[in-house]
Design a binder for this molecule. Structure first.
Ligand SMILES: Cc1cc2nc3c(=O)[nH]c(=O)nc-3n(C[C@H](O)[C@H](O)[C@H](O)COP(=O)(O)OP(=O)(O)OC[C@H]3O[C@@H](n4cnc5c(N)ncnc54)[C@H](O)[C@@H]3O)c2cc1C
Ligand code: SF4
Length: 511
């Protein structure tokens, strides 16, 4: 009895129970496909990283004695389409059972569901990917009947359930969340650790993409590849984070500077999202390191990191499965403006935007606050269409897979879900950007001005945003303060600010 098991490109979990035994009646299949390279315009590093990681995984399985059918992008048998590839192997190999791990993307889930429904002669089975710490629908059940899904309460339940940083039923030291101890600006001459990169030859994959005319964005670093593409490298990156970055992770988590691109961040999102690392092993490793270095590393650094993985990451996945497919259509603020062209080039006079975008094109990476409070903030203030923005975020980042991209973009960053993920929109004027970054000094625009040709666009757009959305937002208790300030302002001044914002919006492409 022959079984075919599908491994998707983000299911590179070598610890999965599928691989515990070698069975000659089981054949695994993996495909590099145009349906995946082309559904959005991806960063070149992202496509290269996926293909390299998939190839290494297939080699590892073969070395362990498993049978693997691997279609490279230019394989003559490759139909470039998931269902057609599976169907042709089933026919060719006399397969009687088809198995797959639960996909993380709704799109692929639908494709495989439909495929299985059409296979009456075949036994089919979807199994767990054995990666996440909560089930797909767990968050939905956790918040049954609630309008908002408060991350913090879900996070606390996960801490208890997995006994992470707990003393019985109480959090270690009595405090759940150390967010307020974090959020420091990077001191002027501070030098963060040099990021760990990986020596590997990417020419074969790069040439293949060129030959096949796969369209992409961004730069490729041919010598030093920035991303781990094997489990071993992923573990090295995690080790590097523990040794060099954990000590100041929380402290400088929100800091931004044009001088460095990854600061104290872990850069493990790609390794996690393709499942080369498991979230639980990451959390245990980081806590074990902290326990051995308590005299140097404060609990605030560790809790801040654990919250991102045990809290935010699991939470976003839960939101995705609770709210898809409707989530992908949500546009609570009815934003329709096209994405300005400089999102694809970084060619803007706004220093913060220029740096965040150029860094993203160069490294396929920007850290959370650059994504949220620079590019996301600007797009939200300017009223950019969430559809266009989703495409941009989904393409440009190394870690972008829809379940975690769309919940962060449409939900957390653009408030397009009307407040499911975040209780208020994440917007700010230049004040916050200057507080957390070194961007404003030397910028063409003046961070202090709201009016005038050189006034920082974030300043007038900030009030324009609140003013134009007063009907939807004014009653939100978390933003009462902003409206109180706005309503108290002199009418003539308000008009000038709104008029300036309009001028910026009319000239948005040349800001
Ligand atoms: C608009 C926007 C789009 C985003 N798109 C993605 C995306 O496509 N893929 C993605 O993995 N993350 C996304 N994020 C979340 C976050 O920015 C990245 O996970 C993080 O920057 C990855 O870098 P790192 O590994 O160095 O993270 P670190 O800062 O070192 O954090 C450690 C880990 O925590 C997890 N994490 C942190 N914040 C979040 C979050 N908000 N949601 C889910 N997991 C989180 C990640 O797995 C990350 O690797 C997005 C955030 C925003 C605001
Ligand atoms: S002045 Fe405004 S546009 Fe310039 S870097 Fe500061 S926030 Fe950005």
């Amino acid at each position: 009895m022959k079984t075919l098991r599908l491994i998707l490109g983000d299911q590179l979990n070598i610890q999965h129970s599928w691989y515990d035994t070698v069975d000659q009646d089981v054949v695994y299949c993996m495909f590099e496909m145009r349906q995946e390279t082309d559904y959005v315009k991806h960063h070149i590093q992202k496509i290269v990283a996926f293909f390299l990681a998939m190839r290494s995984f297939s080699d590892e399985l073969k070395e362990k004695g498993h049978q693997v059918i691997y279609y490279k992008l230019d394989d003559p048998k490759n139909k470039q389409n998931l269902r057609e590839n599976i169907a042709s192997i089933i026919g060719e190999k006399g397969i009687v059972k088809f198995e797959y791990q639960e996909p993380d993307e709704y799109r692929l889930d639908q494709q495989l569901n439909e495929f299985c429904l059409g296979q009456s002669h075949l036994s089919t089975e979807m199994t767990s990917s054995e990666h996440f710490l909560s089930d797909r629908m767990e968050l939905e059940n956790f918040f049954t009947g609630k309008k908002t899904y408060l991350m913090e309460s879900f996070y606390r339940s996960m801490r208890k359930r997995y006994d992470i940083m707990m003393e019985g039923v109480k959090p270690l030291t009595g405090k759940w969340n150390y967010d307020h101890d974090n959020r420091k600006k990077l001191p002027k001459d501070h030098v963060p650790p040099t990021p760990l990169v990986f020596k590997k030859d990417v020419t074969e994959v790069y040439n293949l993409l060129k030959e096949q005319n796969v369209d992409s964005i961004g730069d490729l670093h041919q010598k030093d590849f920035l991303w781990p593409t094997t489990r071993q490298e992923s573990k090295e990156l995690l080790e590097f984070f523990c040794e060099h970055c954990l000590i100041r992770f929380g402290m400088f988590q929100d800091a931004m500077t044009p001088a460095y691109w990854s600061l104290y961040h872990s850069r493990i999102s790609f390794a996690l999202n393709v499942k080369m690392l498991s979230p639980l092993e990451v959390i245990h490793k980081v806590i074990a390191h902290w326990e051995d270095h308590k005299e140097d590393i404060s609990i605030a650094q560790v809790e801040g990191f654990v919250r991102q993985i045990l809290g935010w990451r699991e939470y976003m996945r839960g939101i995705y499965w609770a709210k898809m497919p409707e989530f992908a259509q949500m546009n609570f603020l009815n934003h329709q403006r096209p994405l300005p062209a400089y999102f694809w080039t970084g060619d803007t006079k706004m220093a913060c935007m220029k740096h965040a975008i150029q860094q993203s094109l160069h490294y396929a990476y920007a850290h959370h606050i650059q994504r949220l409070m620079i590019t996301g903030n600007f797009a939200l203030l300017a009223g950019v269409s969430p559809d266009e923005l989703d495409e941009w975020y989904l393409g440009i980042y190394i870690d972008a897979i829809q379940w975690v991209e769309i919940t962060n973009t449409r939900g957390m960053s653009q408030f397009a879900d009307g407040g499911i993920v975040g209780t208020k929109p994440y917007v700010s004027s230049a004040n916050y950007i200057d507080k957390m970054s070194h961007y404003c000094k030397g910028c063409y625009y003046n961070k202090k001005e709201k009016i005038g040709e050189r006034s920082c666009p974030f300043n007038s757009l900030y009030w324009h945003f609140y003013d134009r959305h007063a009907d939807q937002l004014e009653r939100n208790p978390r933003i009462g303060m902003a409206y109180r300030l706005w309503n108290k302002m002199d009418e003539a001044k308000k008009e000038d600010i709104l008029a300036q914002a309009e001028v910026h919006l009319q000239n948005i492409e040349s800001l």
